[in-house]
Write a protein that binds this ligand. Sequence first.
Ligand code: HEM
Ligand code: HEM
Length: 188
Amino acid sequence: MTIARSSSALPRARASAHRYAGSLIALHWLIALGIVGMLALGLYMVGLPKGLPLKATLINLHKSIGLTVFLLVLLRIMARVAFHRPPLPPMRPWQRAAARTTQGLLYVAMVGMPLSGYLGSSFNRFGTRFWGVLLPKWGWDDAGMRALFFGIHEVIGYTLIVLIVLHVAGALKHQWIDRDNLLARMLP
Ligand code: HEM
Ligand code: HEM
């Protein structure tokens, strides 16, 4: 009961006093924007008819943005290890576990998504271009491997959408129901 009371009665000032490091905040929003855009772009481009020049252009754009997001995610993981993170405010154990699990799975998906896309793209005869530069080609033309990695890419993509919905719902619950101003920890 004490925990439940402290969760909803947490003073605004207390939660906002503990904030994420500036670099973690910048990377959070940059990556969030990149991932939401990439999910929309990915779902749109796979629906386009095969052979359409626009489809090839969008797939190449998708690969370049995706690999850029991957580099930002690697940077974020390093920054997360290097910088102090604010402790979670008092909350029920199941809420704490839910937040930690969702955030952990978001990290797994943020790495798994570009990795599976890159691996799938490596098993075709064209190779992968990164903003126009052809990356070293080590894969071979293999429809089975492509299907495997793009299958994984698709499953992680839909899982990521569910995780983002849960994550945003959690953030908004803190903001509007618990009113503990948790969002301020992640705002510039
Ligand atoms: C693609 C979209 C997003 C992804 C992948 C994402 C991912 C994450 C991850 C992994 C963390 C944990 C940070 C850490 O401890 O290193 C986090 C924290 C946070 N995110 Fe997001 N996020 C996304 C979008 C959003 C949106 C739209 C909101 C706002 C409604 C939001 C609000 C927050 C807040 C407030 C925190 C800090 C929670 C705390 O204080 O512990 N996120 N996010
Ligand atoms: C943030 C990272 C990424 C996100 C969120 C993302 C998202 C998506 C989504 C939602 C799809 C549609 C899945 C489907 O319905 O089949 C897709 C397809 C695709 N993605 Fe990604 N992607 C990312 C990174 C990458 C990277 C780094 C590459 C390659 C270097 C890549 C290559 C592809 C390709 C080639 C397809 C089409 C697959 C097919 O034709 O079945 N993606 N992506």
